[in-house]
Write a protein that binds this ligand. Structure first.
Ligand SMILES: Cc1cc2nc3c(=O)[nH]c(=O)nc-3n(C[C@H](O)[C@H](O)[C@H](O)COP(=O)(O)OP(=O)(O)OC[C@H]3O[C@@H](n4cnc5c(N)ncnc54)[C@H](O)[C@@H]3O)c2cc1C
Length: 490
């Protein structure tokens, strides 16, 4: 048996790599963590989730300041945005969280942390800063980067991605966003709220294309009302640098349009960070999307595992954490645990938020299952009305047995509201239990109880039950002969 320097080597100190490193080293596994950048934390902390959510909050506050009259307040006089101040706030949030991800913390847990550019020299060893480190098992957790489509003129034109957008030195007067996925749409709304004129270019006829059309269109309507311009079914022909401005030429049907803006944001998908690691030379197969993996997250070299965006599956921090746990089960406990993404939740943090778990209508139709749809609107939720934020709805998909296979929530704090469904669906809680559980009033979460109650109330308040009660207890029926008191949703 060869004597390796480490039991486990982890490449990449982001969400996935840190989960594996913390878990393994706390279990007494001698672990080496290798990170290429100067600090740990990865995209989520430095260029992703954390800065985007900090920016979204700032933009929301600014947006609400312009709506004070709606809340019965005097009009607020507000100055113009200085993006350098926003960037400072974002940086301070990052720095606070960075403390949790310090090399010292991982050292205290027992892991060795090294910074540099590793290259595999054989199936068990890397070269790093001139030294060779060997490990019995490895985990690739190097994340992903923005991918740039080969549009004519793009490489000769200055543009920004999620790497630059949170540290701009001024607020762009105008921005063209290429792409309409979650990152593109969250940034489009945030910058529009701060005062940038924003145009979004999308190849297909729907933004947030993974979502059901009705939900995505409500998000688009909300953004359109705030001033974001959408160009759907639009193909980018070329991009040109005009000096002070950039031009994006698109076609929409037979029309050619020339759009101009100060800044172009490219948010058109991600590619796995796998170049330069020497993986091809040691028999680890991958393509642009990610590594070739089995259900236990093993690569084509079975002692080398993967977690996070390099898997090319669900590109979320919580997915990276989940996959990190699966890797620990397999690589440390030797338990043959497989990944199961059936109940992987996600949320797009626009206003209103759009959160999902399980199958949406699109996925249920694609899977060819029989399903029914149950909805409740936020305009019927007292708290949403009190908050002045009643856009959106909950949409629950039931299979033919009447069990929920998916839930989408579109509305205020949808990401938080989804938590109840995350627990319920994982624990296979019956809809009747959810419907019978008392929720505080007035809360947005009553919408969860109410949609579950809808399913049961169609059975409970049926003609059959009414007739049975009349038969047994001789109830006399309606007291009002008109239709005025009739309630469809008791
Ligand atoms: C703008 C934006 C907003 C987002 N918002 C959310 C959100 O709200 N919620 C959510 O769940 N997800 C969000 N995501 C996605 C989330 O950031 C990623 O899914 C998550 O960071 C993936 O974790 P990871 O560990 O795979 O990769 P990362 O966190 O990127 O970590 C990879 C690490 O590997 C390092 N590395 C790369 N190459 C090498 C190498 N050759 N050698 C050594 N180290 C290397 C990198 O420097 C990095 O530190 C967002 C992404 C973006 C871009």
């Amino acid at each position: 048996m060869p004597d390796y320097d480490f039991d486990l080597g982890v490449i990449g100190g982001g969400a996935a790599g840190l989960t594996v490193t913390a878990g393994a080293s706390r279990l007494g596994v001698k672990t080496l963590l290798v990170e290429k950048e100067k600090a740990l934390g990865g995209d989520c902390l430095h260029y992703g989730c954390v800065p985007s959510k900090a920016l979204i909050k700032t933009a929301r506050v600014y947006h609400l300041l312009r709506k004070t009259r709606v809340y019965g307040l005097p009009e607020a006089s507000i100055g113009e945005v200085d993006f350098r101040d926003i960037a400072l706030r974002i940086q301070s949030v990052i720095e606070t969280i960075q403390k949790h991800d310090s090399p010292e913390r991982f050292c205290r847990l027992g892991a060795g942390v090294e910074f540099g550019d590793p290259v595999f020299v054989d199936e068990h060893s890397i070269r790093l800063n001139g030294n060779i480190h060997s490990a019995k098992k490895w985990v690739i957790a190097t994340g992903s980067s923005p991918s740039y489509p080969p549009f004519e003129g793009l490489t000769e034109t200055p543009f920004i991605t999620n790497k630059e957008i949170f540290s701009l030195n001024h607020l762009p007067s105008s921005m063209i966003v290429l792409g309409a996925g979650p990152v593109a749409i969250e940034m489009a709304q945030a910058f529009c709220r701060l005062g940038t004129r924003v145009s979004v270019i999308q190849r297909s006829g729907q933004i947030l294309s993974r979502e059901d059309r009705d939900m995505a269109e409500t998000v688009m309507d909300a953004l359109s009302k705030e001033g974001v311009n959408f160009y759907l079914n639009s193909k980018v022909l070329r991009v040109k640098d005009l000096g002070n401005e950039r031009m994006v030429v698109i076609t929409q049907g037979d029309n050619e349009l020339k759009l101009r803006a100060e800044t172009v944001l490219v948010a058109m998908g991600r590619k796995a960070n796998l170049d330069g690691l020497g993986l091809g030379d040691i028999g680890v197969e991958f393509d642009k999307k990610g590594l070739k993996l089995d259900e236990r997250l093993r690569t084509t070299q079975r002692h080398i595992y993967a977690a996070g965006d390099v898997t090319g599956r669900f590109l979320f921090t919580h997915a990276a954490g989940y996959e990190g746990g699966v890797v620990i089960s397999n690589a440390v406990f030797h338990l043959p645990r497989k990944v199961n993404y059936t109940l992987m939740p996600w949320c797009t943090y626009t206003d209103p938020e759009l959160a999902s778990i399980g199958m949406n209508e699109k996925a249920a139709a694609e899977a060819g299952i029989e399903y029914t749809i149950w909805t409740e609107d936020f305009r019927d939720n007292d708290r949403a009305l009190a908050e002045g934020e009643s856009t959106g709805k909950i949409k629950m998909i039931l299979n033919k047995k009447g069990s929920p296979v998916g839930v989408q929530i579109l509305g205020l704090h949808a990401g938080e509201l989804l938590g109840e469904w995350v627990a319920s669906l994982n624990a296979k809680v019956k809809l009747s239990t959810l419907a019978a559980s008392v929720h505080s009033y007035p809360t947005l979460s009553e919408i969860n109880k109410r949609v579950a109650g809808d399913v049961l109330s169609t059975k409970l308040f049926s003609d059959k039950v009414r007739k049975g009660l009349k038969l047994f207890f001789n109830f006399k029926g309606r007291a009002c002969k008109g239709e005025g008191n009739r309630q469809d949703h008791p």
